[in-house]
Design a protein. Structure first.
Length: 349
């Protein structure tokens, strides 16, 4: 028994040591690898569709990688640079105190009366609501600008991670089924439990990534397009805000387009205001009501509140990657916990 115990602890020590060293080896590339996994999940239907016609895994994977390059370098790069430009312009206006929208709203007698009534209850007595709005807007915008600018200044690191990510995507698509089968073989569950875990993970991925992130991107794109067509300032900025706000329960994109519509009406742009309200109700909001049920169907899905919280927590822990990793990690935790709960229930029985 002592010899067996010594052998066990030695093996455990060796596994932990090698696991730690393996982590240190892959640690510089973890972000690129995780992004590669995310893109593999998102674009796997494209790869599968291409493979049906080409029948060569390497070519189908290469074409899918080419599509990812076009999607990232094209629209994503434009959106990133446009977002920085619009945010910089917006911050410039706040620093000069030249935000006409805020001035227009704050000069309306109805708004002034409302502010005067609520000021004593929110601790703003004696303070200028206009100054508070401008100052907090400036702080928020400056924080975003700093994060985006930091990313752009490290272009060499971004390029290296991008290339590593593309190579990883190529091989994951090409050899993914065999690789994930090996991972499946190492899982300490029965075949039935492995099947259930696989189904639950797939359902959660569809619910969170396709049903959450893609719907948010579509809503943000439609919102930004509406702002651009109506010649409302900073369409990329407000489209991005709408995409993020689509995760917020009960509020969603209406947090952006409803105030924007009211502002237009206050300014006397009645046609634009009415058109934006109609687009918000019958186009932007309907995406969530129509597209999400079509994508998710009868699959297992998480509560909107849970998705919102896991997205926020994920962004804080993983950065931008947390938009997807937050809900996905929580979904994986629930799936594994459910298996252990079933095992424990069977043992007690």
């Amino acid at each position: 028994m002592p010899a067996d115990r010594f052998y066990f602890f030695m093996m455990f020590f060796i596994i932990v040591l090698l696991g730690y060293l393996t982590y240190q080896i892959f640690q510089p590339f973890l972000t690129a690898i995780i992004w590669a996994v995310v893109f593999c999940v998102v674009f796997y239907p494209v790869y599968a569709f291409t493979l049906n016609y080409i029948r060569l895994k390497a070519i189908a994977s290469l074409l899918t990688v080419a599509l990812i390059i076009v999607v990232i370098i094209g629209p994503f790069s434009y959106i990133s640079f446009a977002l920085v430009t619009e945010m910089s312009d917006f911050i410039g206006k706040t620093e000069s105190g030249n935000i006409e929208i805020v001035k227009t709203i704050m000069s309306d007698e109805r708004i002034i009366n409302i502010i005067e009534r609520i000021q004593p209850y929110v601790g703003l007595k004696g303070a200028s609501a206009e100054e508070i709005i401008i100052e907090n807007t400036k702080k928020f915008g400056t924080g975003i600008i700093n994060k985006l600018s930091t990313g752009f200044t490290n272009l060499l690191g971004l390029a290296a991670n991008f290339i590593i990510m593309l190579f990883t995507v190529f091989f994951l698509l090409k050899d993914g089924p065999g690789f994930f089968q090996k991972i499946r073989n190492y899982l300490p569950f029965s075949e039935e439990q492995k099947d259930r875990l696989t189904i639950q993970i797939k359902d959660m991925i569809v619910s969170t990534i396709y049903g959450g992130v893609i719907v948010a991107l579509v809503q943000g794109m439609l919102g930004g397009l509406a702002f651009a067509l109506l010649n409302i300032g900073s369409p990329v900025l407000w489209g991005s805000v709408m995409a993020l706000m689509s995760f917020v329960p009960m509020l969603g994109t209406a947090v952006v387009w409803v105030p924007a519509s009211l502002i237009l009406l206050f300014e006397g742009a009645y046609l634009k205001g009415v058109v934006l309200i109609l687009i918000g109700i019958f186009v932007i909001s309907m995406v969530d009501n129509i597209l999400k049920p079509l994508i998710i169907g009868g699959r297992t899905k998480m509560s909107t509140v849970i998705i919102f919280l896991t997205v926020l927590g994920g962004i804080k822990f993983f950065g931008l990657l947390g938009l997807i990793m937050g809900p996905l990690v929580f979904a994986l935790f629930l799936s594994v916990f459910e298996i252990f709960r079933t095992i424990e229930g069977g043992t007690n029985a």
